[in-house]
Design a protein around this ligand. Structure first.
Ligand code: SF4
Ligand code: SF4
Length: 376
């Protein structure tokens, strides 16, 4: 019997259902708890969303494969988030573009990536920077800051594979081809994201605007962007489209690596630092490792060096799934590497999946409702 089929030993179905039941209740609470009413499409969409997230969780537990089913939930979440987000913008604002005046009056939505540019103004001037102007006092973005902080303390850079509603884009494109066209990507490119973090934090503090959002963010191409009214806004939009096309579509497709997340995103670099204080990690039990290198080849984040996951690991579990001997595993720091593997994995997956459903469940249901409405 191989490692995967022996994941739970005897009583696999029963144990899987036992773990699945509390998560299913949580999912139902999260997706039905605050929601009531709605048209038929909304209600059908909610039920499908519950069934979908429930099924993916069950498969993660039952099959012992983490990344395979996590990725399905993560990629679907990213696509439906963007559909729901754009639709909301059009409903609220009449357009997916925003004007400079709206940006300066802080009436446009923000995402977690902006927190990387808030650090210096918040620390030095006790000022929350978003977006495009310095606003004295704390705005509602502090709520996003708290969510990201809690997530990062519990899961470290796990946010990039279990929480970020953008990450599913390059996670998805990096899986389209069976084999990479560009076979080797130098692992050291991942340090470029740390340079991005430092440059963006300093540049934003100096310019008093979130410069990454204003000038570089690839996801502006699939969410909202500044209305083209002059040469500057035209240049910005060309940059957004180019960064999306190159970093999120073409390079991930050719390399099978999450190039935007691994090498460019300043948020990813910041979250990597939380891996240091986080109790969960992915670790190689070197006594079982045969040195085949499948983990390093599989890792989309360029995080594995000499067969060992490093600081930038996003805990996606792809290397764990790929490892033929079970050497690569989820682990709780301070415990013996060769014991309690299933418990460590389960303890990690529960909060990680809860965060995924919390952050993405609502937009998946909304996106699905829109699609269903197209047909009925
Ligand atoms: S080291 Fe493993 S778990 Fe970490 S990012 Fe790479 S593939 Fe995912
Ligand atoms: S895939 Fe597993 S056995 Fe192969 S090098 Fe990585 S940890 Fe070792």
């Amino acid at each position: 019997m191989n490692r995967k089929s022996n994941y739970w030993g005897t009583g696999r179905i029963g144990k899987s259902i036992l773990l699945f039941a509390p998560m299913m209740m949580l999912i139902m609470l999260m997706l039905l708890g605050s929601a009531s009413g709605g048209d038929a499409a909304t209600q059908i969409a909610r039920l499908i969303t519950i069934a979908f997230f429930g099924a993916m969780f069950f498969l993660i537990i039952y099959t012992g494969k983490t990344d395979k089913w996590r990725a399905v939930a993560f990629i679907v979440s990213a696509l439906l988030f963007c559909i729901a987000f754009i639709h909301n913008l059009i409903l609220e604002r009449g357009s997916m573009t925003f004007s400079n005046a709206e940006e300066l009056s802080c009436t446009i939505p923000f995402c977690h990536i902006v927190t990387t540019m808030m650090i210096i103004p918040a620390a030095v001037k006790q000022t929350i920077l978003f977006p495009g102007s310095l606003v004295e006092g704390f705005a509602s973005i502090s709520a996003m800051f708290v969510i990201v902080l809690c997530f990062s303390i519990v899961l470290g850079r796990g946010f990039c594979s279990w929480g970020c509603f953008y990450g599913g884009w390059d996670d998805g494109t990096s899986r389209i081809l069976r084999k990479p066209v560009i076979k080797k990507v130098n692992n050291s490119y991942k340090w470029f994201s740390f340079a991005m973090l430092i440059v963006m934090a300093l540049w934003s503090a100096e310019a008093a605007e979130p410069t990454y959002c204003s000038w570089l963010c690839p996801f502006k191409a699939v969410t909202e962007n500044e209305r083209i009214v002059d040469t500057i806004t035209l240049i910005k939009n060309i940059i957004f489209t180019l960064t999306f096309a190159v970093l999120v579509v073409v390079l991930p497709l050719l390399t099978k690596k999450r190039i935007q997340c691994a090498t460019f995103c300043p948020m990813g670099a910041l979250l990597s630092l939380f891996n240091k204080i986080n109790i969960f990690e992915v670790k190689n039990d070197t006594s079982k490792c045969i040195g085949c290198g499948k983990c390093e080849k599989a890792c989309p984040m360029l995080a594995i060096e000499k067969r060992c996951p490093t600081l930038t690991c996003s805990k996606c579990g792809k290397c764990v799934d790929a490892c033929p001997t079970g050497a690569m595993r989820f682990h709780i720091k301070g415990t013996p590497i060769d014991k309690h593997t299933t418990i460590a994995r389960t303890l990690f997956i529960f909060p990680a999946y809860t965060f995924l459903v919390t952050l993405c469940g609502g937009s998946v249901a909304n996106g699905l409702a829109l699609i269903i409405n197209l047909f009925i």
